[in-house]
Ligand binder design. Structure first.
Ligand SMILES: Nc1ncnc2c1ncn2[C@@H]1O[C@H](COP(=O)(O)OP(=O)(O)OP(=O)(O)O)[C@@H](O)[C@H]1O
Length: 455
């Protein structure tokens, strides 16, 4: 039964995950609804449980097993365990020997996070906002002499950092299967580090991290303020760079802007190539939607979407790609339940909450841009120190709209208007409220701008 389940898992979790996580599991027994597996380390057991537990259970049930729970056990010395006997590990497809470091004890267990097999270069839509990051990622994935080291990718939530990192890992392991590519989040790095300290296995920890060919750490801002983790990260980083091993890091902001990150780490992170993923633009969002629809149609060819629906979504949901994808998934589910075409009306009805939530996602910067444009003044003047009425009034309007349309606080808005005090913003909001009831021109301006921004 386990053989059959493994085959199915190989298909559902993808080659890389299968090799790293499923293959080393040794099925032990099935008793009283509990399936027991032998694993080389507790970490691995926890990891498999958390990330693949449900899938394993599901496949076992489908294969007819009476099982309701999985348990992962590290065998005591003397018990057999394929995974612990690293020498038995199958040779990689191209016949290259694995590096020696990979064969010794804990070093063989690369405790990275599983890669999402959907996150490939093929499924990544390239547009103006991400073309540089994409090009850099591609170049690094092609291997060859290390040129950008480290590659530092940063950008806001849900803009594709993780997707690009996984794509690099997939591409690299495909091109060079013998490469030891380790991908994990900074949080997992810390977790591993703390665990190693607790279990007095720092040597294994250091050995394992220093024996990889490619290290990818996602969301590195997480280690800011965590002193000993930073220290260890710094040493790992230096050791790998010294060996000319590729490092790829992501964060939600540029290295220099990560608060509570040690200066020496900041400067190390900046010494390779730093590229950012800009907020999406309309074309990119539409491209993502079109590509997701095309992929979905391969499985469900009956899917029918009325003209204009994707354009509407790309226009209205501007937060990030994750939200956009979620909205589309909801539409697909809706269509498969009720059947028929997804019309604009249906889309609006089905996504009322998403659309409302993204309405509130107007940024202060957008408001400033729109207001400057509306009044025909320069953005730098709107934010700058000039006190002329022809500039001060639009500035007050922009502050009022920022208060109404975003969730920013008064001090925060003040900061975004050239570092002004919160009392200035409060005053502006009050002033515009008064003017709206007495000055019809201002009332009209505010109304027009509000509509344009909420659209
Ligand atoms: N250019 C793109 N083309 C196709 N899909 C994309 C693109 N950008 C993002 N996505 C998709 O959007 C979702 C979120 O992307 P991802 O997880 O990579 O974001 P992130 O930048 O790592 O965000 P976070 O900061 O939350 O970790 C994923 O499903 C990803 O596949």
């Amino acid at each position: 039964m386990w053989g059959q389940v493994r085959e199915r898992l190989e298909r559902s979790v993808g080659q890389n995950n299968y090799r790293n996580w499923i293959e080393p599991l040794e099925f032990n027994d099935l008793d009283g609804g509990v399936a027991t597996f032998l694993v080389p380390t507790n970490f691995m057991g926890n990891w498999v449980q958390r990330n693949f537990g449900e899938q394993i259970l599901q496949h076992m049930v489908n294969a007819g097993a009476r099982v309701s729970r999985l348990e992962f056990v590290v065998p005591r010395v003397g018990e057999t365990n394929r995974a612990a006997a690293a020498d038995e590990a199958p040779a990689p497809a191209n016949g290259n020997a694995r590096p020696a470091a990979a064969k010794s004890g804990a070093g063989d267990d690369l405790p990275g996070a599983p890669l999402d097999k959907r996150f490939t270069f093929d499924s990544f839509v390239v547009g103006k906002p991400n073309e540089l990051a994409h090009a850099a990622a591609r170049r690094v994935a092609e291997g060859g002499p290390v040129t950008f080291n480290p590659l530092f990718l940063y950008g806001g939530v849900g803009l594709g950092k993780t997707h690009l990192m996984h794509a690099i890992a997939h591409e690299m392991t495909e091109r060079q299967p013998q490469l030891r590519v380790l991908y994990l989040s900074a949080e997992q790095f810390m977790y591993r580090f703390v665990q190693a300290l607790r279990d007095k296995q720092m040597m294994d920890f250091k050995h394992m991290f220093r024996s990889v060919d490619v290290l990818m750490v996602d969301d590195v801002q997480f280690i800011a303020g965590k002193d000993s983790t930073q220290e260890e990260f710094f040493h790992t980083f230096n050791a790998l760079i010294d060996q000319n091993k590729q490092i790829i890091i992501s964060a939600d902001r540029a290295p220099g802007e990560i608060k509570d990150l040690e200066e020496r780490i900041k400067s190390r992170l900046q010494c390779g190539l730093v590229v950012d993923l800009h907020p999406t633009d309309y074309e990119l969002r539409l491209g993502v939607l079109q590509s997701k629809v095309a992929a979905y149609r391969e499985t469900y060819p009956d899917l029918s979407i009325a003209d204009g629906v994707l354009e509407f979504l790309a226009h209205r949901i501007t937060t990030n790609v994750r939200v956009l994808e979620g909205a589309l998934m909801r539409l697909f589910a809706f269509a498969s339940l009720v059947g028929g075409e997804i019309t604009l009306d249906r889309a609006q009805e089905c996504l009322t909450d998403v659309l409302r939530a993204s309405d509130r996602k107007v940024t202060v910067e957008e408001i400033q841009r729109k207001v400057a444009e509306h009044y025909g003044i320069r953005l730098s003047d709107l934010i700058g120190p000039k006190r002329l009425r022809s500039i001060a009034r639009p500035r007050q309007v922009a502050m009022k709209l920022s208060k109404d349309l975003t969730t920013r606080s008064y001090p925060d808005i003040g900061r975004r208007f050239g570092g002004r005090d919160h009392s200035t913003v409060m005053h502006a909001v009050k002033r515009v409220e008064e003017l709206v009831s007495t000055d019809h021109q201002i009332a009209e301006d505010v109304d027009l701008l509000r509509k344009a921004l909420e659209h």
